[in-house]
Design a binder for this molecule. Structure first.
Ligand code: RP5
Length: 163
């Protein structure tokens, strides 16, 4: 996609299994994004280069997913004043609690908005990015209202099994 509005970045290509859910939310709403695997500690120069480049191309917000000592979202937020939405990736030993705490405990002054661990958090980060864009895009705001209505309709139609 040529003019991405949202930059999705993750610390490893192994994070894509979770982060694809952020991309799917954006795709469902027709929002252009660019997704990259770039590490804050393994490829810091490449990461900064990409942030500068995608901002120059008109990006409006970032979604950053990482696992373990997950400093990626904080580093992105250090380089831009655009909103940064953080997705904690489930980790092998601590199931993502380490990722969550690394992201949610950002020191005062450089905020990141942290979402739930895993697939649901990634999908919600995508939806939240859409909400941000919808502030200045009436057509997108209408799609969000329709999306919420569909969810409410599904709850209304839900049937519990007979005993
Ligand atoms: C972090 O380390 C990544 O975000 C990933 O979740 C974790 C492990 O990376 P891999 O060893 O799977 O590449 O940087």
């Amino acid at each position: 996609m040529s003019k991405p509005l949202i930059g999705i970045v993750m610390g490893s290509s192994n994070d894509w299994e979770v982060m694809q859910h952020a991309a799917l939310s954006l795709k469902d709403f027709g929002v252009a994004y660019e997704a990259r695997a770039l590490s804050a500690h393994r490829s810091p120069d490449l990461l900064i280069e990409w942030i500068d480049d995608i901002v120059a191309r008109g990006a409006r917000a970032f979604i950053a997913g990482a696992g373990g000592a997950a400093h990626l979202a904080g580093v992105v937020a250090a380089k831009t004043t655009l909103p940064v939405l953080a997705v904690p990736i489930p980790s092998r030993h601590l199931q993502g609690l380490d990722s969550l705490l690394s992201m949610v405990q950002m020191p005062k002054g450089i905020p990141v908005a942290t979402f739930a661990i895993g697939d649901g958090g990634a999908a919600n980060a995508g939806l939240f990015a859409i909400s941000i864009l919808a502030l200045a895009d009436a057509a997108l705001a209408k799609k969000l209202v329709d999306f919420r209505k569909k969810q409410a309709d599904a709850v209304r139609a839900a049937k519990l099994p007979d005993l």
